[in-house]
Design a protein around this ligand. Structure first.
Ligand SMILES: [Zn+2]
Length: 278
């Protein structure tokens, strides 16, 4: 099948602050902003879809109780009503109920905080990403960056997990990523696994009529990280699911960047990258 003319909008729902030197070696000691990106995917044959959701007011209610409040202390969150994913979609003439699919890169709170707002959406993610947080509560959840109350009550009935066994060999334009899932069957969305930061983290290649984009979620935080293959400080790596897998994933994205400089790589929290779309 020929690629469909997918439309991609890169948007932001809130931000948190954190010292730069923690997320990239050699960074400044001052706090910088980490926007919470989400993406709107509009395919002519499907309803509108999202890749992650960014923050929402549900983050604040989810962190009101102990021990979840520690999450909000570590990453102070800034959000206004007009920044919500649902508000921004409304401004574009898209009702929250029209969103038919939300791709979840991984289950950290800054990526799933607005799932409650999309009542009719199905949730697509790598099965291993959910297995890592399923049923976790209290400190066990917090250690995984997971706030259980962010999942809608009927979450289990609305999931469409992807399994690694569904992966097929990818063409040279995706190498060194060799295996992926052609989600819609027309090569407009290719899901690949980017493990390390979180188990089963999903990256998504998005083919629009103009160009190929690669949404890499939290596989790296800044543009310079994948351009120069620079790791975060050890302190930041403590929150990773698997630091070795993180290094391997980052090195592969760095190789991909060097092989395909024309492809726009989009880390979820890189202000410099997002500025390009504002
Ligand atoms: Zn994140």
């Amino acid at each position: 099948m020929k690629p469909g003319p997918m439309k991609l909008s890169i948007l932001q729902a809130g931000y948190c602050t954190h010292p730069e030197h923690v997320v990239i070696r050699g960074g400044a000691r001052k706090d910088i902003r980490f926007p919470a990106m989400f993406a709107l995917l509009e395919h002519p044959g499907r309803g509108p879809m999202l890749f992650d959701t960014g923050y929402s007011e549900h983050f604040f209610s989810a962190t009101r109780t102990f021990p979840y409040g520690l999450y909000a202390r570590i990453t102070p969150v800034f959000l206004e009503d007009s920044w919500l994913a649902s508000s921004q979609l409304k401004a574009r003439g898209i009702a929250a109920k029209d969103i038919e699919t939300v791709f979840i890169s991984h289950f950290h709170a800054d990526h799933i905080a607005a799932l409650h707002d999309f009542h009719r959406a199905q949730f697509v993610f790598f099965a291993s990403a959910f297995e890592a947080v399923r049923g976790k509560k209290g400190f066990a959840a917090l250690l995984k960056g997971f706030l259980p109350s962010l999942l809608p009550q009927n979450f289990a009935a609305r999931v469409k997990p992807l399994n690694l066994s569904q992966r097929k060999a990818l063409s040279l334009r995706y190498h060194p990523f060799k295996l992926g899932i052609d989600v819609l069957g027309d090569e407009s969305l290719i899901a690949v696994e980017l493990p390390g930061h979180a188990a089963g983290q999903m990256g998504l290649f998005v083919q629009t009529s103009e160009q190929l984009y690669f949404l890499v979620a939290d596989a790296c935080w800044l543009k310079r990280s994948y351009q120069e293959n620079i790791l975060p400080r050890r302190r930041a790596q403590l929150i990773f699911d698997d630091a070795r897998a993180y290094r391997k994933t980052l090195a592969t994205i760095n190789q991909y960047y060097l092989m395909h400089p024309e492809v726009q790589i989009i880390p979820s929290h890189c202000q410099e990258t997002l500025n390009h779309f504002l």
